[in-house]
Design a protein around this ligand. Structure first.
Ligand code: NAD
Length: 282
């Protein structure tokens, strides 16, 4: 029986850790502020934003909502970002993805002041990750690292395989595992013998976006399996891992829901609080 890596429990521990920073900031008259920019009416994005704002409220972070219609122009979006960049009460800026097709997401992210990039997607944040320098780390892979650490799962020297090479999950995940001294392989849609490569993994991270693609055939006996996937199916939300077949083979596995998702939001709160600490010098 695999150990279930409960993301809600680890997220609570992360929020408890940042609570001391939040109260010290409060003693100095500083409330961490997160601007949440949501353009359009994508229902999944609206749900994510609602959950992120709820987590902020619980942690004493002030979320400032910028909801705009789908017809918002690039200039209007960038004007909001500029306003938030200039506002000292805003320490973090989140532009919820995906943006409507007519908007340039790359330009929007690059417009955010790097020190307010609490999502960790800005080229400066990603460049600093490559160089091993401090910066906000991309929330989802950062949450995975925190989850592994919390459960005492050793990373150094382990074979880690990441399925997926996106800028928001796969690539920064690989870099963070490398930073923690794993031997890292990154797989993607053109990888040959995906199951065979995955079976080498002591730590297998699935960030693909294909419901229950990773079956027991992909997993070495005793591997740690982290499921980043969020897929909405007729049967409800499922991950990229076929939990029923993988759980008996793995030594530890993160569930969906209740695994990586809550960790992502907790790391957003942590990044925002740390940005407030850095900005205020408190
Ligand atoms: P993406 O579509 O940008 O990237 C998917 C990656 O999977 C690509 O690099 C692609 O090469 C690879 N891929 C696609 N088909 C493949 C196949 N058949 N075999 C091997 N590799 C394949 O997606 P993303 O933004 O990285 O998200 C991945 C998943 O993680 C999605 O389900 C997404 O909803 C979820 N996600 C979850 C969280 C969270 O907080 N839990 C955060 C972000 C993304």
């Amino acid at each position: 029986m695999a150990k279930i890596l409960d993301g809600n429990a680890v997220a609570a521990a992360v929020k408890a850790e940042v609570a001391s920073d939040v109260s010290r900031l409060a003693e100095n008259g500083v409330v961490p502020g997160l601007a949440v920019v949501l353009v359009g009416d994508d229902p999944a994005s609206a749900t994510y934003v609602r959950m992120k704002e709820r987590d902020c409220a619980e942690a004493g972070v002030r979320a400032v909502d910028y909801r705009r219609p789908a017809e918002t122009t690039q200039a209007e979006l960038e004007a909001i970002i500029d306003e938030c960049n200039a506002d000292p009460s805003i320490h973090g800026i989140l532009v919820q993805m995906p943006l409507p097709d007519h908007l340039d997401a790359e330009a929007a992210v690059a417009r955010i002041a790097p020190e307010k990039d609490v999502d960790g997607f800005h080229p400066v944040s990603l460049g600093r990750l490559v160089r091993g320098l401090p910066a906000s780390r991309a929330c989802t892979p950062f949450g995975v690292m925190r989850m592994l650490e919390h459960h005492g799962i050793e990373v150094a020297g382990k074979e880690a395989v990441v399925i997926g090479r996106s800028t928001i999950v796969g690539k920064p995940m690989a870099l963070m595992l490398l930073e923690a001294n794993a031997t890292v392989t990154v797989c993607h849609s053109r990888t040959r013998d995906l199951a065979g490569v995955c079976r080498r993994a002591d730590i297998l991270i699935a960030a693909v976006g294909r419901p229950e693609m990773v079956t027991a055939e992909y997993v070495k006996e005793g591997a740690v399996v982290i499921d980043v996937g969020i897929n909405r199916t007729d049967a409800g939300m499922v991950g990229d891992v076929d939990f029923a077949s993988v759980e008996p083979v793995a030594s530890a596995i993160s569930p969906v829901p209740g695994g990586v998702g809550p960790m992502t939001r907790a790391m957003l709160v942590a990044n925002t609080v740390h940005a407030a600490v850095a900005a205020s010098g408190r």
